[in-house]
Write a protein that binds this ligand. Structure first.
Ligand SMILES: Nc1nc2c(ncn2[C@@H]2O[C@H](COP(=O)(O)OP(=O)(O)OP(=O)(O)O)[C@@H](O)[C@H]2O)c(=O)[nH]1
Ligand SMILES: [Mg+2]
Length: 484
């Protein structure tokens, strides 16, 4: 009799839990973005690794569900959107934990992964219904460059051309852009378009964008898709470029230019690009995200100092962050609010690769990032979005210590220098101080910031938690409130 009663009770409990699971929010769509090389792949790999290996909790002490003992386990399950590429966790964790560890390969588009996280509800209504609840976490990785295209939605082709042309005329871009600009100047905008010539010029423009990003360390790349085209590589929709001095052309002639003239075709492709690439990304993906982490590598532009492009590279990062943040400033009158209603309620900014500097430099890193986003912060909707800034390392690759330098104890870090053959030698360095404020002219003249790329640490196992800096605080901010 007692057994039957218990079975009935369990059945009821399961039913109630099922109902509550449906009604209470037990699902998070977490989006991870940042410009290329900012550390997205390493971050997601570490986040998944921390959660699925969480057995003893010693690495995640600031993550309440682990700290308070109600975290049970997490595992990977089949992702939801079958048409979105899978985030290749296995490949990434295998290269990090290989005998000769390597950083995961660069990725070029959007990808997705789903985790089911089991926990014991302690406070929420669920505790009356179940001993165990599941939080489903969908993680999406997408290039921050794609967000740089949002401001284009507000611009006509003429406006965009004018603004982009002005950018091409400023250094350090100008010296690289001269040949391209000279080639465009040879075109009669009203002549019948030669598709091959147009494709060739678009290729030159795209090549320029790659140089800006990868050789000059600049961040404002528009259209962002051109350097990270994913499935659109080679498609004519990515074959356009800014046309200089459109304001000097007669307005009527411009408006009446046929679609098969050079200028008409460029304009048509620009319009189509906005509709079926930029808007589509927001409508298909961005709209689903509830929580967002934006990763920023603030250290590389400081290092660019040695290549004499430091100030430009840093100013460019600031502008790019401002452009990225436009995607989150969807007040009532915002462009996004008119397009659709996004629902992001938590936004975390993380300064990545904090293991490149000594521990006392982490606070300046955070204040520098705060300064970088400050310009835009006032535009963000404070009431609707909970925001936080942290300095993190997804995979801590250095050890900190003290060293004697000219009779003084200084803080240093030690790690394996990243080398082409992966046989990097062990080095001990004081990488320099991170400025707390946006660096001024004096900083660029006097400070030498020498940040070295380190190889991932040796001897890691995929069945253990990767060493990290503040990944537990990341989890606390992004997940903990859904696991009570
Ligand atoms: N020391 C250290 N280096 C890191 C860390 N995370 C990333 N890196 C370095 O930054 C590089 C880029 O990291 P990824 O995770 O591939 O960056 P991403 O944003 O996915 O880059 P794309 O796929 O090119 O967009 C790595 O190859 C490492 O050299 C970290 O936590 N510590
Ligand atoms: Mg990547």
């Amino acid at each position: 009799m007692a057994i039957i009663k218990k079975q009935r009770l369990d059945k009821l409990k399961n039913k109630a839990s099922e109902l509550l699971n449906r009604t209470l929010d037990q699902h998070i769509n977490l989006a991870v973005t940042g410009l290329s090389r900012s550390g997205k792949t390493a971050f997601i790999t570490s986040l998944v690794n921390q959660l699925i290996n969480e057995g003893n909790g010693h690495q995640l002490s600031f993550f309440d569900p682990v700290h308070h003992g109600n975290f049970i386990a997490a595992k990977r399950v089949a992702q939801k959107h079958l048409s979105v590429p899978r985030f290749d966790y296995d490949l990434a964790i295998s290269s990090l934990t290989h005998e000769c560890p390597e950083w995961p390969e660069p990725t070029h588009g959007i990808s997705e992964l789903r985790l089911a996280i089991r926990y014991q509800p302690k406070k929420s209504l669920l505790k009356y219904a179940a001993d165990m609840a599941t939080l489903t976490l969908d993680i999406t990785d997408y290039p921050g460059e794609w967000l740089l295209d949002l401001p284009m939605l507000k611009q006509t082709y003429e406006q965009w051309s004018e603004q982009t042309h002005a950018l091409l005329l400023t250094e350090p871009r100008h010296q690289y852009a001269q040949a391209f600009l000279a080639n465009v100047a040879k075109i009669d905008p009203f002549a019948s378009a030669d598709e091959e010539q147009l494709a060739q010029l678009a290729k030159e423009y795209t090549q320029l964008l790659h140089t800006f990003r990868h050789e000059l360390g600049l961040s404002v790349i528009q259209p962002g898709r051109f350097i990270l085209p994913a499935e659109l590589a080679g498609a004519p929709i990515l074959e356009f470029f800014p046309f200089p001095n459109l304001s000097e052309i007669d307005g009527n002639d411009y408006q009446n230019a046929s679609d098969d003239s050079f200028i008409g075709m460029l304009r048509a492709r620009y319009i189509e690009y906005k509709e079926s690439v930029v808007k589509k990304f927001y409508q298909q993906h961005f709209i689903r995200f509830d929580r967002q982490i934006v990763l920023a590598d603030c250290l590389s532009p400081l290092n660019a100092c040695s290549e004499n492009s430091g100030p430009e590279s840093f100013a460019d990062l600031q502008l790019a962050i401002d452009m990225i943040l436009e995607s989150y400033s969807y007040g009532k009158s915002g462009l996004l609010a008119r397009l659709f209603s996004p629902k992001i309620d938590k936004l975390l900014f993380a300064a990545t690769k904090a293991d490149h500097v000594t521990a006392e430099q982490h606070a300046p890193m955070v204040s520098l990032l705060n300064q970088l986003i400050y310009q835009s912060k006032h535009k963000l909707n404070y009431e609707a979005i909970d925001m936080k800034t942290l300095a993190i390392a997804a995979v801590k690759s250095t050890q900190s210590g003290k060293s004697l330098h000219q009779g003084q104890q200084i803080s240093v870090i030690q790690g394996n220098r990243l080398a082409a053959n992966n046989q990097g030698e062990k080095i001990t360095v004081f990488p320099g101080s991170v400025p707390e404020k946006l660096p001024d002219e004096k900083y660029w003249q006097t400070s030498a910031f020498n940040f070295i790329n380190f190889a991932p640490p040796q001897g890691l196992s995929k069945h253990q938690c990767l060493p990290h800096i503040r990944m537990d605080q990341v989890l606390q901010f992004l997940l903990a409130d859904k696991m009570i």
